[in-house]
Write a protein that binds this ligand. Sequence first.
Ligand code: NAP
Length: 272
Amino acid sequence: MAETSTTETSKRKVALVTGASRGIGRAIAIELSRVNYDVMINYATNEAAADETAAAVVAASSVPEIHVEKCRANIADPAARHELVAQTRARFGRLDLLVNNAGVAPAQRVDLLDATVESFDRVLETNLKGPYFLTQEVARWMIEQQTSGAIDSYSPAIVNITSVSAYAASPERGDYCVSKAGLSMMTKLYAARLAREGIRVYEIRPGVIATDMTAGVQEKYDRLIDADLTPIKRWGTPEDVGRAVAAIATDLLPFSTGEVINVDGGFHLRRL
Ligand code: NAP
């Protein structure tokens, strides 16, 4: 984890993006920097990748004073989650946007009848329990900021990156599907609770996106996309997801909360 140091409150909006060292999280961090956010990059272990994200975030920003930090923290670990929030507070002094992006696929795709408790616990701890309680801690801080009135035009939001697996059943990775369905419900719960606090909560539901997570099943999805899996016939990119987050971050959806934004090339459409 990064060292603690006190800082003046950021003049620009601040985003905390979990799992921002690679893939979708990196693209989200870059797109947020393009719309003038300072960014806290969270990652699990891959510091070199987090450094690359930080450099890309600085390069994408149009303001020379862009403030970027990185913080190693396993979001499945309660103490590390708490430290992540403490570091964000110490280094930026404010938080406008939490993006719960960090997530893992099961180490192996295994038939539901052979699935293990160990895999279930690992996937659920990271993909659901971590964001559930990170959001709780962040929401308390956002309410504190809202109540203090110290930040002009404070308009906080929370974004959860789920998946089409929240509703599409894949019996060879049931734990992942259950974790994303839970994260989807978590979005509704926090949206319902936090609206009165002036905090909007959104779910972004990506389809098949080209990242390290899908690299091992590239041929399978190449075939499926070729065979008309999605109306928009291509792989999704991390930037596709990053741009959707940027739309929320720039307050383009002010009267929506608990909303699901599909970034899936139309995968969710039922077709005849
Ligand atoms: P990825 O390429 O595998 O990157 C995962 C990121 O999460 C990395 O930055 C990793 O950090 C971080 N991470 C993993 N476990 C963590 C933990 N316990 N604590 C903190 N950070 C952790 O994955 P991705 O494809 O970009 O996926 C990002 C999110 O989108 C996930 O929630 C995933 O379920 C979701 N999603 C992906 C797809 C897809 O097709 N790729 C589709 C739908 C939804 P390190 O670099 O340190 O390992």
